[in-house]
Design a protein around this ligand. Sequence first.
Ligand code: PLP
Length: 499
Amino acid sequence: MTIPSPSSFDAEHEPMSLGDMDPQEFRRYGYQAVDWIADYLTNIRGYPVLSQVAPGEIQQLLPQTAPHAPESMQDILADFDTIIMPGITHWNAPGFLAYYSMSGSGPGIIGEMLSNALNVNAMLWRTSPAATELEQVTVDWLRQMLGLPAPLFGFINDTASSGILVALAAAREAQSDLAIHEQGMAGRTELPRLCLYTSQEAHSSVDKAAIVLGIGQENVRKIATDDDLRLDPVILEQTIQQDIAAGYRPFAVIATIGTTSTSSIDPIPPLVTICQKYNLWLHVDASYGGAAAIDPEMRWVLAGCEQADSLIINPHKWVFTQADCSILYTRKPELIKAAFSLVPEFLRSTDQHDESIPNLMEYGIALGRRFRALKLWMVLRYFGQDGLAARIREHRRLAQLLRQWMAEDPEVEIMAPTLFSLVCFRLHPQNIDDENTLNMFNETFMNRINANGHFFLSHTKIDGKLTLRIAIGNIHTNEEDIQQLWGEIQRKKTEVKHW
Ligand code: PLP
């Protein structure tokens, strides 16, 4: 065995001892890490938003062989600075306006740090009573902030993609005569083909869940949308009727509040009526848009959702909570439990367990569950509903301001309504009318903006038209950033026009 030379270690670092890092060493580097985080957040505007490294560059800088001998924390942290940091795209940067820019916050970081230190597994109530009980309380606080009526059962998943899988498994479970839980679906020729409905604008996680659950992508009906990209209820009902007539078994509808491309809102009340008429599970994907309802002025976005069977909202998107944190609410927890509960002997609670408090491992795929409620609890308390609402309102104001400037520029075409804080646009110089040329022009323009390092935008396509998205959701983004972005848009527009 190679014994490392003592000179490469801190005084406290005892490589040959078998325990954990020495508490003094932990304190020293822990303080250093906190100082680093505070400096990082203070200087966040100095980093290029989109990492500038070439593919493979980071891997090349890292040793390809695993470390045999212990290394000093000092060396590890130095490599973090020089090797890892250049490969980071800064989701914390105020100029990160791509996808749905998601933003953590100071209290969220502290919550994650403490949760990491505790490292509990919230699989059963008894494996950390506070983790389960805090989770129940915080998801209920958020329910109240959103104005959704009680009772509503909720729990935290890592992502909305996991949540929709759980919701659709429960929806499938509701078709109890098919006995899918016991008999599965494979090889059962007597089973009707299950199908579900969502709009052409729905997130790809719907398709993924359908694939995983054995429904198959072909049986995800993508219902056409109206001019504002909202699912059309009339076409939905016609499609359901055609499917029933053809021998299919419709079982769920997935609506979206804040679609990924343009943040359109599907009309929930008529969808509730249709789902009740045909006995379908209604799931609402409010991953991004749902947060807006924290502001009482925006409560209307969730109108009708009190009648949905399940709903997802992602605090890691627009509630300033560190990833990962996605909440699945449901009015039918018993069906989720029926779909997932499987308690092997080694996990059976032998002490007296209060049945009114759930063992959350019974509500999803994962047995092990991180203590995510801690950061959410800190964020909700630190900002309060008023503070969260004020930040969300400010983001909406900034989006409207930008939109107003765009509306005054004859070379900018606004591509979708701005209901939340997403602005969809494209450049449309007067001398270019060919759609392919316009698409190329806008892609080049976006790539130029992104290469500059100050801002990061992403794109989508609306009716085949390449559309740029500016999603304002970062806690650090302010009016000055948006003014600078507008200046950058004007400069790059001129540059690309003369290119
Ligand atoms: N639903 C919508 C509307 C989204 O925009 C996204 C991601 O942006 C998702 C679902 C998936 O979210 P997650 O990354 O939590 O799985």
